[in-house]
Structure formats: C-alpha cells, structure tokens
Design a protein around this ligand. Structure first.
Ligand SMILES: Nc1ncnc2c1ncn2[C@@H]1O[C@H](COP(=O)(O)OP(=O)(O)O)[C@@H](O)[C@H]1O
Ligand SMILES: [Mg+2]
Length: 262
C-alpha cells in the first residue's frame, strides 16, 4: 500500500521539482517502487525525466475523467519508477474542476486503483494554493515542504499552514505528517546559517526538520536539460550525495531498513 507524499510550497523556485525528481529516483535505486505524479502545468518534472509533455497521457486527462490514473501512467528509463506526466492543458483545469462539487477529492479517488502497485507516490505540486494543491493535500499522507535558504524563506509560510489547517478542518481530511527540507543551502554563509536557525525557531518542536540539507549545486540545475535526474546524471556530485542522504533519512523516518544503494 503506497504512502503518498506531496512536495509543496506556494513559492516557486524553492526546489520542489528538483526534490521530487531526485528523492524519488534515489528511492527507486534503493529498490522501492515509485510513482511520481506531475501536478504542475509547467511539467518540469516530466521533462526532468526526459519524457515528452504528452497530451494523450496526462494528469489533466485523469482529473477531468477522460482517463484512469492507471491508463495515464508511463514508465521512465529508471527501473521501478513510473511517471504520471503533466501537460500545459492543466493550467486551464482549475475552473473546469471547480464545477465538480467533490473537486478536492478527485486526485485521492483516482489514486485508489494504483495504491497497491507502489511503495511511495510523490506528487510534485505547482506553486499556488489553488485547486491542484488542495487535491494534493487531500491525497497526501505526508508532505515535504522545501524551504530555500534565503532572506524571505519563511514568507508565505503562515498562508501555507493555514491552507493545510483548512483542508483538515473543513474537508475533514487527516493532517499529513510534515517534513521541512532546507534547500539551496550554503552553510558557509551567515545568511544560510541564520535561515536554518529561523526555520528551527519557526517550526520549533512541533514539526520534523530533515537533518539533511540540500546544498546549492550546479549539477542539480544542469541535469534536467539532459533529461536525467541528477542522481543518475552525476553519481558523485554533492547534489547527488545530498539527495541520497535525504532518501536514507526518509526511509529511516518511514521505519524502513536502509540497504546499500544499487
Ligand atoms: N540545490 C540546488 N542547487 C542548484 N540549483 C537548484 C537546486 N535546487 C533547484 N535548483 C534549480 O533552481 C530552479 C528552481 O528549482 P525547482 O526544483 O524547479 O523549484 P520549484 O519546483 O520549487 O519551482 C531550477 O532551475 C533548478 O534546477
Ligand atoms: Mg516545480
């Protein structure tokens, strides 16, 4: 039975897609069966896996009831890792979907058929607090919130936490377990260290903050243009090391034994 993890933050550019792509690939290399659902109309996760933005198979068609989720899934080059691609047509879906009274539950219900097939399902969420994010939150057992180590890191965090509370209270949807991930981190700078301290203060004792931080690493930014996750594109770089460490921490957090990476 798959656990569903939404990767979200309504801020763009904080490393959501990079985390979805590389954490999921690293877990597949550890032998887990993974599905990545690209919920962002920009389809960055889809291209990062070297796949076409294909209108015939897409999360848009699933959410609008034209395809089952199982039908829309495509295999990637990585063994044990499937993808549900996105397409720009999804950008017009918010209004269309809002006409369905049960709109917050569409993704969760669509997932039912495939939960048995995977260990983990990652949802790469677009940078907004709209219908696509609400669907992702309702479907999620856990969320990972990447926070970029910059001066404005915590701006908007209250809105995100409010949205999560509303989903819990209004939709009666169990609150997902949160994991805070610091990205684009530079421990050598005072700013980097300050942001880390602020995040610790903000989330205090209540939320889990990953011990692994993701450093700024040019290979992570380069890899998508080669259509490969960084953890495969360059097995040695510090970006890959960080995402492999994150995968290990994630598995330990999930109560799994960690074996050697394949
Ligand atoms: N740790 C990192 N080091 C260097 N570049 C990164 C890192 N994480 C993300 N990037 C780059 O920053 C940009 C935004 O990252 P992305 O993962 O797409 O963020 P989001 O999905 O939150 O918008 C992309 O060009 C990506 O390649
Ligand atoms: Mg993204």
């Amino acid at each position: 039975m798959a656990e569903v993890i939404a990767i979200l933050n309504q801020k763009g550019g904080c490393g959501k897609t990079t985390t979805a792509v590389n954490l999921s690939t690293s877990l597949a290399l550890y032998g887990k069966n993974i599905l990545v659902i690209d919920m962002d109309p920009q389809a960055n996760a889809t291209t990062a896996f070297g796949l076409e933005k294909n209108e015939d198979n897409s999360i848009y068609r699933v959410l609008t009831g034209q395809q089952t989720l199982d039908e829309a899934i495509v295999a990637t080059e990585i063994s044990g890792l499937d993808l549900l691609p996105s397409h720009i047509s999804l950008s017009g879906a918010e209004i269309e979907l809002s006409k369905d009274i049960g709109f917050p539950f569409i993704l969760k219900e669509a997932m039912d058929d495939v939960l048995e097939n995977y260990d983990y399902i990652f949802v790469d969420v677009p940078p907004s607090l709209g219908i696509l994010t609400i669907n992702s939150l309702v479907a999620a057992d856990r969320v990972i919130i990447p926070i970029q180590a910059e001066f404005y890191a915590l701006e908007g965090m209250a809105d995100l936490l409010d949205a999560m509370n509303l989903v819990e209270t209004r939709l009666n949807s169990p609150s997902p377990i949160k994991g805070i991930l610091i990205t684009l981190y530079d421990s050598r700078t005072r700013l980097g260290r300050d942001v880390y301290k602020n995040v610790k203060q903000y989330f205090g004792e209540t939320e889990y903050i990953f011990k692994t931080t993701i450093p700024r690493n040019v290979k992570l930014a380069e890899a998508p243009s080669h259509g490969k996750p960084c953890v495969i594109y360059d097995e040695e770089c510090i970006g890959t090391e960080a995402y492999n460490a994150l995968a290990q921490e994630f598995l330990i957090m999930s109560g799994e034994e960690v074996e050697e990476n394949k």
